[in-house]
Design a binder for this molecule. Structure first.
Ligand SMILES: Nc1ncnc2c1ncn2[C@@H]1O[C@H](COP(=O)(O)OP(=O)(O)OP(=O)(O)O)[C@@H](O)[C@H]1O
Ligand SMILES: [Mg+2]
Length: 458
């Protein structure tokens, strides 16, 4: 049900509209002139006003102007006599949503125009609510972390959110790069506009190009119509180019042009299209290495790396683990609409000792799984996955000591192996293929070994 104000100096018209709209299920008020309509608007919440243009005293256009000043969220539909469409068009320029010609051609037409207007109003409201929700979700306070290292990240974020500088976010997989990028957007001057993301590694080269820049009809086989690219969709907002290290060289050239000239061309197009977006890029690759081995353009790297933000791996900020666990317990319980569960102190200790190769995402998944599977009110060490429960810090292998009973060679060898597996993974910034190469073993063998020691909990 919507609330509608009908303003017309003709009584029969007020009565007619009241009858039709009330039957449609709306709450209808009426006013015979501009001043009394304004009194209503000041005292009540209306979704829509249906206003006659031609009224003695204050006319519809004047009233429209006053309504918009009092409450810009009210939609206004003007009613105009046949032959005076020009005035109606002026009214639309001044902020009216639509107009109805009097006398009405059919009651159905009247109902449809009003219904459409109310539907688009509802959509606008939902959009605003959704944006508000996103803004709250990406408020800085929802990025958990009080460690010195995360405080440094927050510090840069708040300093640069309102600048338009290009940002390069680096960090291992699951450390929160996308979360940080969205928080920067929703705390910037561009927050009312779109936050668009694309993963440069997810699409083949030609698809990525048309996704980013759009294409003209007929630009290539299959381009059956014009397509608007993400750079245009992100207009006025922020564009996160995720996994930028995976962008093919041909795309890198085009991105460089966007950064240098603030323009691009659609695939198959000849016109330069202006770009107004803030660019944030993210990667878990070491771009300096990629520059050194020729897979990433140096000039582009410097253009992207204006403000670098590095998010440290979770194992380097143990102080945050407890806070993150509590945060995820709370968010999971509220998501599933269940009472908040308690966490045994021992659980925190075990979680603290684990090296978290999958970082915050892995921790989030572990907490969510434990909460979902435990019917009781407390989470204990028993709820933890085997791989985390059984994880032991590898012993030092350089100075073995023989006790009276000798040594356990099997365990020592396993510990050596575990240490090398984890160290390689750390050096490879979580990329298993690279870690396997570092150890000169195959990817399959590396994965098998991780599983054997229950280190693979991604
Ligand atoms: N500091 C944090 N506080 C709360 N949640 C976090 C934090 N860091 C990460 N997360 C959560 O962890 C998950 C992974 O974060 P995100 O997707 O931003 O990581 P990423 O670095 O982009 O990972 P990838 O490299 O795999 O794309 C998300 O669900 C995110 O909400
Ligand atoms: Mg990401």
């Amino acid at each position: 049900m919507s609330s509608i104000l009908v303003v017309d100096d003709e009584r029969s018209m007020r009565e007619f509209l009241t009858e039709v709209l009330t039957k449609e299920g709306h709450y209808v008020s009426t006013a015979p002139n501009g001043p009394s309509a304004l009194q209503y608007i000041e005292n009540e919440e209306f979704d829509l006003a249906v206003v006659d243009i031609k009224m003695p005293g204050m006319d519809g256009l004047e009233l429209l102007e006053c309504i918009k000043k009092i409450n810009n969220n009210i939609s206004v539909i003007m009613m105009t006599a046949y032959g005076s469409e020009k005035t109606a068009v002026n009214a639309i320029k001044q902020g009216a949503s639509n107009y109805l010609k009097k006398p009405f051609e059919s009651v159905d037409e009247l109902k449809i125009i009003i219904k459409k207007e109310l539907e688009s109003l509802q959509l606008k409201k939902e959009n605003i609510l959704l944006k508000e929700k996103l803004k709250k979700q990406y408020a800085y306070k929802n990025i958990v972390g009080q460690s010195v290292k995360m405080s440094a990240v927050f510090d840069i974020m708040t300093k640069v959110a309102n600048l338009d500088s290009t940002i390069l976010i680096t960090g291992e997989s699951g450390t929160g790069k996308e979360l940080v990028a969205s928080a920067i957007h929703y705390n910037s001057l561009r927050k009312e506009k779109h936050f668009v993301t694309v993963s440069c590694g997810a699409l083949p080269e030609n698809l990525l190009e048309s996704e980013l820049f759009g294409h003209k009809k007929g630009a290539f086989t299959g381009a059956i119509s014009n397509k608007v690219g993400l750079f245009e969709l992100a207009k006025g907002g922020t564009f996160l180019l995720d996994e930028i290290g995976e962008a093919p060289l041909s795309i890198q050239v085009k991105l460089l042009r966007v950064l240098q000239n603030k323009t691009f061309k659609r695939v198959g197009g000849t016109n330069d299209i202006k770009v107004d977006v803030r660019i944030i890029t993210a990667t878990n690759k070491n771009l300096e290495e990629a520059v050194a081995n020729g897979s990433f353009r140096e000039d582009l790297y410097y253009r992207l790396n204006v403000i670098p933000i590095h998010i440290p791996p979770l194992r380097d900020r143990h102080d945050d683990i407890r806070l993150l666990v509590d945060h995820f317990v709370q968010s999971t319980c509220s998501k599933h609409n269940i009472d908040c569960k308690k966490i045994d102190e021992d659980v925190y200790n075990v979680l603290n000792a684990f090296p978290w190769p999958g970082n915050v995402r892995q921790l989030e998944n572990v907490v969510e799984r434990m909460i979902a599977l435990e019917v009781g009110s407390t989470i204990t060490v028993n709820n933890l996955p085997q791989s985390i429960k059984q994880y032991q810090e590898p012993v030092c292998i350089l100075t073995p000591e023989f006790g009276e009973g000798g040594v356990n060679l099997q365990k020592i060898m396993e510990d050596v192996e575990k240490k090398y597996l984890l160290d390689a993974l750390e050096r490879a910034k979580g990329t298993k293929k690279t870690a396997a190469d570092l150890l000169n073993i195959s990817f399959r063998s590396f994965r098998y070994r991780l599983r054997k020691f229950s280190l693979d909990d991604n």
